[in-house]
Design a protein around this ligand. Sequence first.
Ligand code: FAD
Length: 564
Amino acid sequence: MDAERDVMDVDVLFVGGGIASLSGALHLSNLIKAHNSKGEGKKLDEVMIAILEKGAYPGAHGISGAIMDPGAFKELIPDFLEKGAPLEGEVKKESIYFLTKNFKFKSPITPPPLNNHGNYVISMSRMNQWMAGIVEENGVNIFAGFSGTEILYDDNDRVIGVRTGDKGIDAKGDRKSNYEPGIDLHAKITVFGEGSRGNLTKGLIDHFSLDKDRIPPGFELGVKEVWEIKEGKIQPGEVIHTMGYPLKSNTFGGGFIYGMKNNMVCLGHLTSLDYADPFIDPHREFQKFKLHPMISELLKDGKLVQYGAKTAPVGGFFSVPKMSFPGGLIIGDSANLFNSQKIKGINIVMRSGMLAAQTIFECLINNDFSVAKLSGYEKTMAGCKEVKDLYKVRNFHQAMTRGLYFGMTISGMQWILGGSVIGERLSADPDHSHMKKPMDIYGTDAPSDEAIGDIKYDGKLTFDKETDVYYSGTTHEEAQPAHLKIKDLDICYTKCAENYHNPCVRFCPASVYEIEIDEATGKKTMKLNFSNCVHCKTCDVKDPYENITWVPPEGGGGPKYTMM
Ligand SMILES: Cc1cc2nc3c(=O)[nH]c(=O)nc-3n(C[C@H](O)[C@H](O)[C@H](O)COP(=O)(O)OP(=O)(O)OC[C@H]3O[C@@H](n4cnc5c(N)ncnc54)[C@H](O)[C@@H]3O)c2cc1C
């Protein structure tokens, strides 16, 4: 039986409360305030702007590196220092190392894309929480703890808002005593800022074929920890990037170590999800990264404080979909706006939020919400510095998928020549299609633990996934349907097991997927520990049979990040 649902009308709805949406909502409310205070033209009275966020509070699901290029931030909040923006430190010292298992080689120069002088080290979750306060002071409504689960279209195929998820549904799909139907949020303009691999955005892109003529998006999984370490080992704002160990040269990725205030340091490791080896486990790669003498020495006598993981969209310029459609716009990581050569998304996603706000403001002033008016956003985006910079490195990710050394050569040439090396556009295949059989990689179908690179976790420097998940603060209501939807379990037990040994067990950084084998019968069962899920979306990207779809769980579930 269909539930009676409340309908709530707002003028502008941002789906997802990350930095892109917060910047958009803040800029829009500032533009409206400035317009109304000028007293020229018709006043924009009581424009209702709302942000929907699935995390329990703004910033709960905010995780990044993070070095922030403050270009857009300074324009948006010029008095950010007086307002007490949570900055961990200005970057004044940075270094790059190439690592082998036991040695390090310091790069004599910092390549221009990785020059971070003048940027700031921040914690994304803290920054989001702080910005949310400013946004709310400006009159924007933030509905935290509610997931958008369905896009609402009118009879003319125009997006008119989203439906939020029902609460109080048990594991079998039946209503519990605390059942609350989700509500329909209707808006004149709906802005999708759901971050990397947004689940509604994915459907939206398909619905309007917004990715026609684009290359498939590519992703990296970042696994990160924050540690408290002994005083004086690293300064707030100090930046170290690494390449090489623990990854082999056929897998792209690298490590980062950023100094924070109060003897805290954050460190993480990115693994490109176009890898071929089904035995790769990005969480384990990160743990191995910490075993390198340079890093184990830094962390010696320290303690783990927080853990998290998330994908970053690295496909680049050619993977950016059309960002306007009837009824709305796409901003931020949901539009794959990420400069993977610089390892930066924050500045460009803030810019996208602000330019979306500019277009929305013009729509409101002219009372014109047509597709033609909305597409103004794409035009201003095409002209902004951040997108022009993205264009200059348009083949970076595709080159890197062809191997580290080839990629570095091509990207160096690209940098010098302004982007076009080996043609205007290198092709790309979706990440899930890169997986190879063990035989093709190891010459055997059952490689040893040593060949795979397995390690033992000591619980002091290296942690297993369950322990790490505990440090992410992740919780979910247990009595609800699993939010990881496996289309065909037979594929897991047959093709996927035979060809790839169920790589979901390894690529998930939160131990959500477990294959249990009955000792007596040998029968396999997939156990879904969905309450461990840190919402990174790797399974949605990397399953070789595209057999897993990530949908949001009951609102408020997931990590509770405070310093990621
Ligand atoms: C490991 C890692 C390191 C990085 N390092 C850097 C760096 O050093 N410098 C840099 O500039 N960039 C870095 N980035 C990229 C940067 O963090 C992102 O580009 C930026 O945070 C994206 O912001 P966003 O608002 O688009 O998305 P997000 O920050 O992902 O925010 C999206 C929000 O939407 C919410 N949401 C999603 N779906 C729904 C739904 N259906 N209903 C309700 N809410 C929903 C999510 O909970 C989330 O809070 C890094 C990224 C990663 C993963």
